[in-house]
Design a protein around this ligand. Sequence first.
Ligand code: ADP
Ligand code: MG
Length: 626
Amino acid sequence: MKINLLAADVYNKIAAGEVVDRPYSVVKELVENAIDAGAGEITVEIESGGKTLIRVTDNGGGIAKEDLALAYAPHATSKIERADDLFGVSTLGFRGEAIASIAAVSRMKIVSKTADGEAWSLASEGGALGQLRPDAGGNGTQVTVRDLFFNTPARLKFLKSDSAEEGDVTNMMSRFVLSRPGIAFTYIANGKVRYRSYGDGLASALAVVYGANILTNLYEIDADKHGIRLYGYIGDRNFSKPNRTYQSLFINGRYVINQTVGAALTNAYAGYLMKRQYPFYVLFLEVPPEIVDVNVHPNKADVRFADNQVIYGTVYSVVSAVLDGNSRALEYLAADSAPKAAAAAETGVSPMAEPLPAAQKGQTMSLEEAKKELQFEIPPLASKANIPRRFYDEEPATMSVHAPAHEQEKPQEDDAFEENKRLLQEREKKAQRVDPATLVYKGELFRTYLIYERGEEAYFVDQHAAHERLIYDKLRAAMEARAVIPQPMLAPYVFNLNAQEFAFLQKNFGILREIGFEIEEFGSGTVKVSAVPSDLIHIDLAAFFGEILSGLEGLRAIKLADLLKDKLASAACKAAVKGGERLTDGEVRSLLERMDGDMGLKCPHGRPVAVLVKKSEIEKLFKRIV
Ligand code: ADP
Ligand code: MG
């Protein structure tokens, strides 16, 4: 297809200003170009996290010899011509900026061959074009980018470590593998094949990215409502993840982070997941191009909808129907899918039940009609007044192809949580440190609470919470001053992580080793633990690493060594307490001494250890005073 220079009045209408600032953004642009060129096979190679080499090879339509120089020009694109074309763009690119901006900050070479032409190449150094030369190669295009930012030391300085940059590229590639299950991708980092997909469908792509077992935990859905199609895979009610890096949403083929859809999903899962658990989903939303605007800022992976309520309502009603297992679930579960029967059984919907007539299936409705129908169908419509604050304020997904989550994500605030915390703090204010000698033990209540009297006050001490807290303190102190003795395990513990989790953990291998773990990379995205600290032999490793990876998004500000010590201690403590240590009478008696009279203590999970009840409060109960 012919490349044109966009007229000024056209490119002025494009939300532009793209900044190529990281290797993954280069990979993203080049792969998107390959997809737009209709490639069925795409190979991506990177070295040193993409800093020294990024090469993308495709078998798409190619660039004609006479267009090669134009491809390097700013505002040159074959994808749109007139401003009107912006409504209904079906390609990923349309700005005509990427090649020019990448070429300006690297040494780039494009080799390309169209079906009816020869192979030609054109190189550029910092944007200065070389000579057009005959080259060799099959149909398609190969773009090589070396020494990214070699001429912009400031941007070079802001790059992360090779492994962190590689992690972000890998994350991006996982999203391409998922979003284009019809394309065969090969992704090679430092000579190692990280992903190889075969272009044979979404189930297969999921297995490439998440391992073959993933499907057993998922529902496959495919729903057509109001001219909007929602399909893909969602985790079942019991499948949760410790962070939001397992959420992918593609709208008309584009990876996006969208608040409306994110809120609908969060709300649909709200009844099933506990706090700090996040759903897994890989979802595709297809909407008529005229009701979605893709021309938002290029560094923001988002789109705008003509009507958010219809989108919210559709996503919410489909996903919650499947999760709740109501009669509509069958309508939305993908036909002929193996998980379907299992899913139906699990949701309690009999596969024999007569499916509801799929009234709207495949039929397009006007927005007005759709809205009217939705009002009857779903209670929590997306007016802010109806959605608990925490849902619509929260970024629906953490990962962005433009700015990886751990960079942009603020730790989440949660109203209910905050309120609870406030309440507890109020309580705690009353229970402060007292001289243990002034406390008189009065007995035990419900095998849980120890009662102490002190003048006009009574203290109820939760013996389990107190004990937990004491173990925790001991472990935390031991953690500071301990001799590190790694204890080899009989069978190593091996587990899989996604790219962000892996990059995060790998960055902290050093700290984990200092603490006494023997931990190493064990194949792509896999980690092997072959020794644990000798004082933590009984630790539940799955739970421990789950905790470390939870809240991956908010960890940046916290000093990780501290956090790890904390998690380590609390994980160890949980294990110790789970070990069923019943308090002996002696321990009950000495508990208070060991607490050193600190009645403001909290257990490692934040619950109070002691609660103070004043004599006057009891007298009020008996109406002795008012
Ligand atoms: P855009 O993708 O927004 O059009 P780019 O700067 O990314 O802008 O690319 C400029 C043009 O170069 C594209 O419009 C396309 O015609 C051509 N091009 C770039 N990469 C490829 C490729 N891999 N295969 C075929 N054509 C390509
Ligand atoms: Mg492009």
